[in-house]
Design a protein around this ligand. Sequence first.
Ligand code: AMP
Length: 222
Amino acid sequence: MRALNVIMLGPPGAGKGTQAARLARDLAVPKISTGDILREAVQAGTPLGLAAKGLMDAGRLVSDDIMIGIVRERLQREDARRGVVLDGFPRTLPQAVALDEMVKTAGELHVLFVKVPFDELVRRLTTRRICGSCGTNAPPEAGPDDRCPTCGGRFVQRTDDDGEVVKERLRVYERQTGPLVAHYESGAHFTCIDGNQSLERVADDIRRAVRTGGSAEEMRRT
Ligand code: AMP
């Protein structure tokens, strides 16, 4: 069976992580979130975590060599053979070129570009909370004392979701990740998804895009 690899592309706060988790569950493939991998390394105090923490807290990117190495190793694991959903990678052109090479014989590559207006991104990022233990996003309706439904952990603000750092992350996105749209949009399976809708509607659009394979016509309609 040919693998189905999906890239969730889009700015911080577009909902990529939440939607990637759903899609990965639907497709029964692993979700690979480079942000989660780095946050786990920071929590565990590994050399990778120590090297990444300062950059992450400043809203800057970790080096391409490190990130490409992490993803290359992760894609070689047995559970990735049927495909993966990538969240937060690639984020630069060199990462995209390296990924193209890694998956070129592995089956189909779908790119879902999730778009959300700038002001809405800032609002989402500065108000969102995640579980301090397992990293799951808090549901929007969660109260201050509610606990994570997955592991019972407390919800906290991400250290890089602070106002000024959010603006820097969005600037870094524009400069370094934005050009990836041009890199992928002429490919066979590129779809632009309106991320400024309810979670359910975004999930439906994503399911449809993956089922139909994405097409230039679909992109023009969105
Ligand atoms: P995220 O959870 O995807 O918003 O990522 C959080 C932070 O981890 C980013 O602001 C970067 O500092 C770092 N990071 C995650 N993925 C990458 C990547 N592919 N390349 C470089 N840095 C990354």
